[in-house]
Design a protein around this ligand. Structure first.
Ligand code: PGA
Length: 220
């Protein structure tokens, strides 16, 4: 049976107390057989430390990821969080989300540099693509196919189309794992994860509600 990635992307949401409450509400995960699931939580940078502490204390089978990294090494870059700093808390980082491309002007050049820095610092990367035309760096670990009009709209892509894109990246670029993201919920998750070339999901809005996220994990 293939191992499925179930990734929560909280984006720019949650206060510290809300983050703590979410983690306490998924505490039942530690009593489940999750051997074929890799659950990864990507909170805001500021919540990585508390999430790391609570996950360890409660022995939860949840890994941590970051939503982005600085384009630069550690140094004089006010306001940035470097890959080296993130590595203390997270094992993986999302790079190239369409919200970064569209709102922060991140182009292929910037994103490929971020990818390189992440790898040099020992972070795995979930590199987001918006379609078959998106350029990807060589040796990317995981791709997330996230069509822009499916993100946060309640209007997901079809599982057949997502499968087609996943198969394309695997066949042409030997990408080991491809995730789907865009309006995934507990009720539609299985239609994506049952596709042979889809290795998991990247969940935004539905991951904010711990009960819904818990249900997504049960339903994959
Ligand atoms: P959504 O976001 O689940 O809210 O559509 C997915 C994403 O942007 O990763």
């Amino acid at each position: 049976m293939k191992k499925l990635f179930i990734v929560a992307n909280w984006k720019s949401n949650k206060t510290e107390s809300e983050a703590k409450e979410w983690i306490s509400k998924v505490s039942g995960l530690k009593d489940q057989d999750l051997s074929n699931k890799d659950i990864i939580l990507c909170p805001s940078f500021i919540h990585l430390p508390i999430a790391k502490t609570l996950i360890k204390e409660q022995m939860l089978p949840v890994g941590l990821g970051a939503q982005d990294i600085s384009l630069f090494e550690a140094g004089a870059y006010t306001g940035e969080v470097s890959a080296k700093q993130i590595k203390e808390f997270a094992k993986i980082v999302i790079i190239g989300h369409s919200e970064r491309r569209n709102n922060f002007g991140e182009n292929d050049d910037i994103l490929f540099k971020k990818f390189k820095l992440a790898k040099e610092n020992g972070l795995a990367v979930i590199f987001c693509v918006q379609g078959k035309e998106t350029k990807i760096p060589e040796n990317v670990d995981i791709i997330a196919y996230e069509p822009i009009n499916a993100i946060g709209t309640g209007n997901p892509d079809t599982p057949e189309n997502a499968e087609n894109v996943a198969a394309y990246f695997k066949a042409n670029f030997k990408v080991p794992a491809v995730l789907y993201g865009g309006s995934v919920t507990a009720s539609n998750v299985n239609s994506f994860t049952q596709m042979p070339n889809i290795d998991g999901i990247l969940v935004g809005k539905a991951s904010l509600d711990p009960e819904e996220f818990y249900a997504i994990i049960q339903n994959v």
